[in-house]
Design a protein around this ligand. Structure first.
Ligand code: HEM
Length: 470
């Protein structure tokens, strides 16, 4: 059973995530308004906002998934409150350091801080080390949290049971719940990419303090994308673990069990997700050709098993069955659709021949915003809503349910379409001001800002309704 302390700290996580989300969305809308020439920001402000927006978003939706998984894991194994609190403190300190480096020090190298940008200092001298140190603080907090959760799983399940290998055969003696399997697979990926981040930061600090005499750009780029691509995908899997645990429960259906194909699919996902990042380096021609091919194959294979079994499980659960629909399982259901659609957009871009056309166009933010803003965010909102509902102390949490859903769908779809149309029209990403040759770019950005404001309204309503209860 979940302890009172875990419940309280989960509430704190939820409030912090939603508050930071609101700020990060506002930064996103400001970027679109600037690209639409409705407001005028200097490029330094634009790229500072872009860096803050990107990293804050990745960070909050990662910790939102971790907090939910930590809370639900107490159904199976005990978890450490101290470590959870440590991760919370590191996250708060890390975000404050990150924001000071961008808002005060004007660091603006993008959320991928792609090598060698952090060293091309176009901001306060101190901002580079403070930015890199903020990543160290965040990384250490999250690494300790991930290792702690994994070690708790391994106290109850053997390694092979945690990966559900006994389910490859019929009638296993021990059952591994899908929640444990997916969490285990995900934590391996998270720990691997956080360790890569540590190594990357060591390399970057070494270059910084050696004044450029120690250089390793190929390793730095590969490590950057291994970290960035992997964490952005693993945080989705945290959300999926929550769905496997809660979807049937809130729908009034029998709990999902691990079958042989669920076990096989998730074990395959583990292998493929760790090698898919090579698709970010298609345009880096020094990269050995073999790795590019691995990147394309893994990009296809990483998405198929997990998406296949999850979509199959959800469809079987709802097809011709009486479901107790609520805001929670509706958010889960729509979120899975968003995840799959965004995933298809990603696979299109990760195909080498298409990448020649779509590389670094608005197609890139189009697909990753689809599986984040209309996928993973909905997974976590579903959890937040379920959590707040569980501890409803008299406030009417379901208030505005349809309004919130309509706003999020209407705003989200319109905002995303503007990215997709821009990408298909070869409009480049990460431009603070578009050259006049891109005639559609500014009008599309303005329309996107309007739609994103509807999305923001939905999130404000979620914030007001949920924070009253947690
Ligand atoms: C309605 C909500 C959102 C708005 C208005 C918004 C807006 C934007 C805009 C305008 C950009 C720059 C696009 C470009 O020209 O390259 C951007 C980039 C980005 N956004 Fe969002 N976004 C939203 C939600 C999210 C969510 C939920 C995530 C979750 C992970 C996210 C993560 C990112 C990342 C990682 C970048 C890349 C930053 C970089 O290139 O350094 N955004 N967003």
């Amino acid at each position: 059973m979940e302890s009172l302390k875990t419940r309280k700290i989960t509430s704190v996580w939820i409030v912090i995530v939603l508050a930071l989300f609101i700020v990060a969305i506002i930064l996103g809308i400001l970027m679109r308004l600037n690209q639409g020439t409705i407001i005028q920001q200097s490029p330094v402000t634009f790229y500072g906002n872009m860096t803050t927006h990107g990293l804050t978003m990745i960070g909050i939706w990662f910790v939102a998934g971790m907090a939910a998984v930590n809370y639900l894991m107490e159904r199976y194994v005990k978890t450490s409150y101290g470590v959870n609190l440590f991760a919370l403190i590191c996250t708060i300190i890390g975000v404050l350091m990150l924001w000071s480096s961008t808002f005060i020090g004007h660091f603006h190298a993008g959320w991928t801080f792609l090598y060698p940008l952090p060293f091309k200092v176009a901001w306060a001298q101190w901002a580079t080390p403070v930015f890199l140190s903020s990543l160290v603080v965040l990384g250490v907090g999250w690494l300790v949290w991930s290792v702690s959760l994994m070690s708790q799983i391994l106290k109850k399940y053997t390694l092979s049971q945690a990966f559900a290998w006994q389910h490859f055969k019929k009638n296993p003696a021990v059952e591994t719940p899908p929640f444990i399997l997916i969490t285990m697979v995900t934590l391996v990926g998270v720990i691997a990419c956080l360790l890569a981040a540590v190594l990357l930061l060591v390399l970057l600090f070494a270059e910084y303090f050696s004044n450029g005499s120690f250089v390793n750009d190929a390793a730095a780029k590969n490590l950057t994308y291994f970290f960035g691509h992997t964490i952005a995908n693993e945080m989705l899997y945290l959300g999926l673990a929550v769905i496997y645990e809660l979807f049937a429960e809130v729908s009034g259906r029998p709990k999902w069990k691990t079958t042989w194909y669920v076990a096989v699919a998730w074990n395959l996902s583990l292998a493929f997700i760790l090698t898919a990042f090579f698709h970010h380096l298609y345009m880096d021609f020094v990269q050995p050709e073999g790795l590019q091919i691995v990147g394309q194959l893994a990009s296809y294979l990483a998405s198929l098993p997990a998406a296949g079994v999850t979509v199959f499980s959800i469809l079987v659960a709802v097809y011709r069955t009486k479901i107790n629909w609520s805001l929670t399982n509706l958010l889960f259901f729509i979120g899975v659709a968003g995840w799959v659609i965004g995933g298809l957009g990603a696979v299109i871009d990760a195909t080498i021949s298409n990448n020649f056309v779509l590389h670094n166009t608005l197609w890139v933010p189009a697909h990753f915003h689809t599986y984040n803003a209309m996928g993973n965010v909905l997974f976590s909102l579903g959890f937040f809503h379920w959590f707040a509902h569980k501890f409803d102390v008299g406030f009417y949490i379901d208030k505005n349910a349809m309004l919130k859903l309509t706003l999020i769908l209407f705003g989200g779809i319109g905002f995303l379409l503007a990215f997709y149309i821009g990408g298909a029209d070869s409009i480049p990403r990460r431009y603070s001001n578009y050259p006049p040759e891109f005639t559609m770019a500014a009008p599309l950005a303005t329309v996107a800002a309007v739609f994103a404001t509807f999305y923001l309204l939905a999130i404000l309503l979620f914030f007001l309704n949920i924070t009253k209860n947690v």
